[in-house]
Write a protein of this length. Sequence first.
Length: 388
Amino acid sequence: MARVVFLCLLLSVLAVAQAADQTAGKAPRLPLNDGRSIPALGLGTFLGFDEVSHYIKIKGQKAAKEREVENAVSWALNAGYRLIDTASLYNNEHLVASGIEESGVKREDVFIVTKLGTPEQRDVLGSLRKSLQRLNTSYVDLYLIHFPIAFKADLKTYDVIDYLDTWRAMEEAHAQGLARSIGVSNFNVTQMQRLLDNCRVKPAVLQVEEAHALGLARSIGVSNFNVTQLQRLLDHCRVKPAVLQVEVNLNLAQEALLNFTRQHDIQVMAYSPFGSLFDSNPAPPPPRVGDETLVNIAGKYKKTTPQVVLRYLIQRGVVPIPKSVRKEKIEQNIDVFDFELTPEEMDTLSKFNKNYRLVWPTFWQDHPYYPFEQSDKPGPNPFEGVKE
């Protein structure tokens, strides 16, 4: 009888431990400046397929291979992911919601990130509420300004809205509980400083204040802001951005931007974390997936070269959001928390930096708030031939 009782107690303890592990996920959590925390790695969901040009042609009205998004989200959550990144412009928020439901993981255990689209900056709260409806949730964990530049509905005509005004609307959503954290994406250092000089709520990740005040976004941040834009935002915001989401990989170290965010306690998320690792085009700089240096380091730890790259970013304090629609790759990408690169290996990998930007929308560079380097030969605007 005593043995039966002991076995029952043991099974109960194991069940509780398993349930706790299922709730927490595999990735450790990092603190944000607003008192919340973010998983150290997440799943990117841009379309769920690689045909970006197709997205442009269809103007985001439908996503091809829709099951890929739902399956990827469900597989990721069951593999231990707890951060899912999406955006209004991706046109897949409803598919992300379906994937979360199919996974069986509770909503409160998933850190959902979505973004304010470039044509939506005149109506932050209305746009966020539409995102919440598509995501089938009453709040998001992090709401980002996707770009510091704004467009009209045709996605090609500039709408010169000051991103500081957009941020103030984000602060309100944060205050109302619609966004638990707010931040920005694709801001540069100058833009970040301007934001910090003017905010009420400091960005937790790079973007948005009214949404934060309303509670629609638990945290707010920005995306694709440069340092100048960040500084301007910081100079005027009530809510400091919690997060900045930008491109970071072996080819694009973003050291100046990372140093700036560290000084201001803003967490960086990295999209395109693999850079040109899988690129068959010879133009982008190395490394590729079969690079000898990467292969040797990976062999030492019995890992893949993509896993080494993700580990490198994590040890730099960055939250990578790799995208994949293959179950085995999704599972591999989160299996990076059981080894640590040496300082010498980190230094070796840092030498791949060429300040090469994979995502470089030069066709927007004449916009006054364009956050990236200018090009002598800007590319054609892919939205020019799109009908409204």
